[in-house]
Design a protein around this ligand. Sequence first.
Ligand SMILES: [Zn+2]
Ligand SMILES: [Zn+2]
Length: 353
Amino acid sequence: MRPTKAFSAVSATSPLAAATIPRREPTERDVQIEILFCGICHSDLHASRDEWSEFMPTVYPIVPGHEIVGRVTRVGSAVTKFQPGDLAAVGCLVDSDGTCPECRSGHENFCSHLTLTFNSPDPHKTAPVTYGGYSESVVVDERFVLRVPANLNLAGAAPLLCAGITTYSPLRHWGVGPGKKVGVVGLGGLGHMGVKFAHALGAETVVFTTSESKREDARRLGADDVVVSHNANEMQKHAGSFDFILDCVSADHDINAYVNLLARDGNLTLVGAPAKPLAVSAFALLVGRRSLSGSNIGGLAETQEMLDFCGRHNITADVEVIAIQQVNQAYERLLRSDVKYRFCIDMASLKAG
Ligand SMILES: [Zn+2]
Ligand SMILES: [Zn+2]
């Protein structure tokens, strides 16, 4: 085992601070990665503060981080996809059983025996739970390591591993492309990626925001039209016209207002996770055979497809790069949605600190 520098929280109320964690020596199928950048996802904050204790209680200490980009430093003898010096990425998953129907159909993200990148029981028993990307290195089975197109800005590429695949996967699943009209609700970490993808896939893209100040940004990100959602006239103009709406809002909101904008057989997919159940009008769904869905990250093959798509279209997240010593302030700003549109930690700061 190798002692490895990291940032961790020791309880739900303590800030993240420097710590040393164990990392396993690579097994024959493992890839060891020096982490260069790690994005900050809202899940990092929820898990650090044990806010999802009902279904995923946090085991302390916790090392968050599942938007990891780095460089391969060592590989096991049976590794075929990577060699030292390669760029590599790791997202929300680091293992799964590999044998269930979900895994065999490339939907490892829906495996009932998956291992999350942090706060999952560690199958290698290096520590009680897995430790995430707020650390100088990580060791991962090569099946869960992704290739990063060389043309991408690495800080901007890190958030693709969660915010990117979370929005790309439902857009692909629901057939978004030329000739389709797509709405993206909420312009934050997820929403800003949804706009970039919907636009690059060739769809007519409309952004819904509560904030007048985001109009210009939405256009810059690729929106053909922007609707300020409390303006009833603007909403009415789009009634019954969308093939697909991607709802990226984590706060309580009126879902029916958006369902009513769907065309016949239109679908609204939730990728945000409001804490309270949403009140859905049956009539809004019945009229026009509309449907309501959810989606959660994506499988390994689709995550690689997304990264390759980003390489071809030169798509990355808009990031504010910070030193790891600023992570607690970044969490406070994240709670106020005071970031455009994702924080990304420059891991060189961990070595220097
Ligand atoms: Zn995430
Ligand atoms: Zn499985």
